[in-house]
Design a protein around this ligand. Sequence first.
Ligand code: NAP
Length: 350
Amino acid sequence: MMDSKSPVLVSGGSGYLASHIIKQLLDNGYTVHTTVRDKRKTDKYDHLLRLAEKSSGERKVFEADLLKRESFGEAMKTCSHVFHTASPFIIEKIRNPKEVLVEPALEGTRNILETVNKTKTVERVVLTSSIAAIMGDAIDAKNIPGGIFTEEVWNTTSNLDHQPYPYSKTLAEKEAWQIVSEQSRWTLVVMNPGFILGPSLTKRADSASINFMISMGNGTYKTGLPEGYLAIVDVRDVARAHILGAFNEKSSGRHILTNECLTFGDAAGILKKEFPVYPLPVRKVPKWFFIIMGPMFGLTRQYIRKNIGYPLNFDNTYSIRDLGIDYRPVEQTLTDHFQQLLDDGLLAAK
Ligand code: NAP
């Protein structure tokens, strides 16, 4: 680790991933500035206070909104590193994707990086992008060499009408690379996580990751799920990767952060062994059936056609080489996450 004298900024501290990044920074003695949209809503971030009390670091909370220009200035003052994680992660039932997803992702990245340009103490920005900026739909694998997604690949198939969340992440990451290329004072390192799972430090369920795990356990999909694939990665490993990418001066570029790609059925099967009484979707339903039923779960038919039944392959070797990261077993990720939902009452215990 570098010296922990200068504060660092984590945007969107109330979030699922950001809370883990903050925890690990505090545990390493850093002073962490973080932003929330509304400081009055203390229930969204009071867990950060508890984390700070248990660690050697200090945390300070500021108010900022991705859509308000210059609102991150105060929080960024004197910071050496910026972790930009705040961005809406919603994949279902999106009515106005431009307003809900694209504007906060793109304008937010632009606003934060304009502030970085003005804040002379900042040396490095770590941007949370996604594999969604690499791959729009699983079917895209047919058009890449060997069907394996690498950091060289960009998502070219998403737009406002189809896959708006991947579109928002692609636009935001491209904008970040453009802005960093226009100067030479600070550097950019990008993390492209797969589907993040693992225990949350908060009881919030806004992130699609947490919603998904709750739906697995509460019977939403009790009739079964089709053969869809998930490129899973543990939230604790993603947080660690952000910190390694920030403080290892030699780190550079994009980083695919994925561990194993499992089908929904494989994931449910792992959970069923540990939690046999829960209505987990261990049965596979045919794709045609899900094409009919999918809209009831907020998924479009086009999404189902282009994603169900196509295996996913991501090459994570660059993250292991560049960051020195070790991925924890996916069984541990899934069972720890399910247990946390039970412990926190987000899933009713049986
Ligand atoms: P999350 O828990 O929903 O966190 C999203 C954060 O963004 C929240 O803190 C939210 O603040 C903030 N935010 C949203 N709109 C904002 C706005 N207009 N102004 C300021 N803050 C705003 O989601 P997450 O899963 O931790 O995701 C964090 C990041 O990881 C995102 O960039 C996401 O795209 C990326 N990512 C997630 C996954 C995954 O599987 N979870 C995978 C790959 C990449 P409020 O508390 O005010 O709502």
